[in-house]
Design a protein around this ligand. Structure first.
Ligand code: NAI
Length: 465
């Protein structure tokens, strides 16, 4: 009997893998999805969704605490961490069931449970799961990433990664957060709102170092006002866990102690024990090297999402997964048009701290390398909806002189919902003059973006340009 050969076998059912499977099924591609754990991966179970749940709970706590400033008799009486976890798990579960239903009802999609490893032998490509090989004309590696640990011993009690932090049944009184990047800023923010004394230790000289320097400054101002302590320019070189506390050793010789330590120093590709190098796939410090079609050094083997160097974002995983499914469908003659891979710079980026940060496209410095640029900052202090929400911050729109908008950078509570418009504008390479023709609802925070565009088009409304 000849073995069944799928058109595409996907290794990993996280954002990249399941998006590829769903899109492949839609296009009539015969696809198998191999996963050892739960459908949905890091984002759904250990990342985006639980983190944003904690941040929403934290925001509600802030509102309860601040209610009296707007004439409400509210107060904040404390947090039942186990209750937050249960509530968050309920949200994850609903999404998980929905995803399970989608996958189950997708025609031509076979689910395979178990740990898969890539096989490339005389019979062709495949994925070994237990004692069987799931054969495929193409294989997609979408196995994601895991927290870096700096070589510290993560005990899950005193020294944690974000995965432990999201499941805490009781919050600490004091915490040290190593890394002031996206995860460090988000969890520090949530914990502070819920009463934890937080210190962030960051090796570089600013928070969220990938953002515009002025955004980092505004976040630092807001965090400092909220009572979050920061130490910059020091690296953590060691950590020890005691019975009642954890201690960090810094490279300037000093030490810091707190109830818990959160290690948030980046994420590394989860590409070991997958048989990749053995099958001839070129890796670079664990990252999978791919060409502009996301194909690896082995013909027919693709990679998507966090295993590919670049921004580690769930929506990049979705985009990569859909792209690979379309490349395969195109090869099979099931799709007329050859797909286009979205550029990393077109991806919207959101840090859901209080205040939120949302950006897309190029920073001002990066845009200046392309030509002459001009920018406008519209302060949220001049935006009615932001004042009602009690947030400050700004919207910066960067354009090429006489050219399109190439970057939008925002900080303030609520700006995560303005990024949708900003990413359309940068993605479509719109001119501020184009945006100036379109009205924004009043009062919305989107108006602040509109006002910055009006100003860049030389016709400001509520501000002098
Ligand atoms: P990150 O790369 O954003 O930040 C890590 C920070 O740790 C850097 O600022 C780095 O300078 C610092 N650091 C490294 N070694 C250090 C040391 N020894 N001592 C002190 N500081 C040190 O990584 P993070 O926050 O762990 O996030 C990982 C990935 O997950 C990111 O790529 C991020 O984009 C993604 N993510 C995205 C989210 C979102 O879109 N909202 C939410 C959470 C994560």
């Amino acid at each position: 009997m000849t073995e069944h050969r799928h058109d595409l076998v996907i290794l990993g059912a996280g954002s990249g893998g399941y998006a590829a499977a769903l899109r492949a099924s839609q296009l009539g591609v015969d696809v198998a999805l191999v996963e050892a754990d739960l459908l949905g991966g890091t984002c759904l179970h250990r990342g985006c969704i639980p983190t944003k749940s904690w941040l929403h709970a934290a925001e509600v706590a802030d509102h309860a605490r601040e209610g009296s400033s707007m004439g409400l008799r509210t107060s904040y009486d404390g947090v039942d961490a186990a209750g937050v976890v249960t509530w968050s798990e309920g949200i994850v579960d609903r999404l998980y069931k929905g995803l399970g239903g989608l996958v189950k009802t997708s025609p031509g999609l076979t689910r395979v449970e178990g740990w898969g490893t890539l096989v490339s032998d005389r019979a062709g490509l495949g994925v070994q799961v237990g004692d069987r090989v799931v054969r495929g004309r193409n294989v997609l590696v979408a196995t994601g990433a895991r927290p870096k640990t700096l070589g510290l011993t993560i005990d899950g009690q005193r020294i944690l990664t974000s995965e432990h932090a999201l499941k805490l049944q009781e919050l600490p009184s004091t915490a040290l957060v190593i890394g002031g990047g996206v995860i460090g800023a988000e969890i520090a923010s949530a914990w502070r709102s819920l009463g934890v004394e937080v210190t962030i230790v960051e090796a570089l000289d600013r928070l969220v170092p990938a953002e515009e320097p002025d955004i980092s400054k505004a976040l630092l101002r807001a965090f400092t006002k909220r009572g979050i302590t920061t130490r910059f320019g020091v690296k953590v070189t060691g950590a020890t866990a005691g019975a009642n506390s954890a201690t960090l050793v810094l490279d300037d010789g000093s030490q810091l102690s707190a109830d818990v330590v959160l290690v948030a120093v980046g994420r590394e590709p989860a590409t070991n024990n997958l048989g990749l190098a053995e099958a001839g796939v070129t890796l670079d410090r664990g990252w999978v090297r791919v060409n502009d079609r996301l194909m690896t050094s082995v013909r027919g083997v693709f990679a998507a999402g966090d295993v590919v160097p670049g921004p580690q974002l769930a929506h990049r995983g979705f985009a990569h997964g859909m792209f690979v499914a379309e490349v395969v469908a195109h090869q099979l003659g099931k799709l007329d048009i050859s797909p286009t891979l979205p550029r990393d710079t077109d991806l919207p980026r959101v840090t859901y701290a209080n205040p939120e940060i949302a950006s897309v496209g190029l920073t001002k410095a990066a845009a200046q390398r392309m030509g002459e640029v001009t920018s406008f900052d519209y302060p949220l202090g001049g935006n009615g909806r932001s004042l009602i929400k009690g947030t400050s911050g700004f919207v910066r729109v960067v354009r090429l002189v006489d050219g399109p908008i190439v970057g939008v950078h925002m900080i303030g509570q609520g700006v995560s919902e303005v990024i949708g418009e900003a990413q359309l504008v940068t993605g479509w390479e719109a001119l501020p003059e184009d945006v100036a023709e379109l009205l924004h609802g009043h009062p919305t925070q989107g108006e602040a973006f509109g006002e910055a565009c009006l100003a860049l088009a030389g016709r400001p409304l509520h501000m002098h340009a």
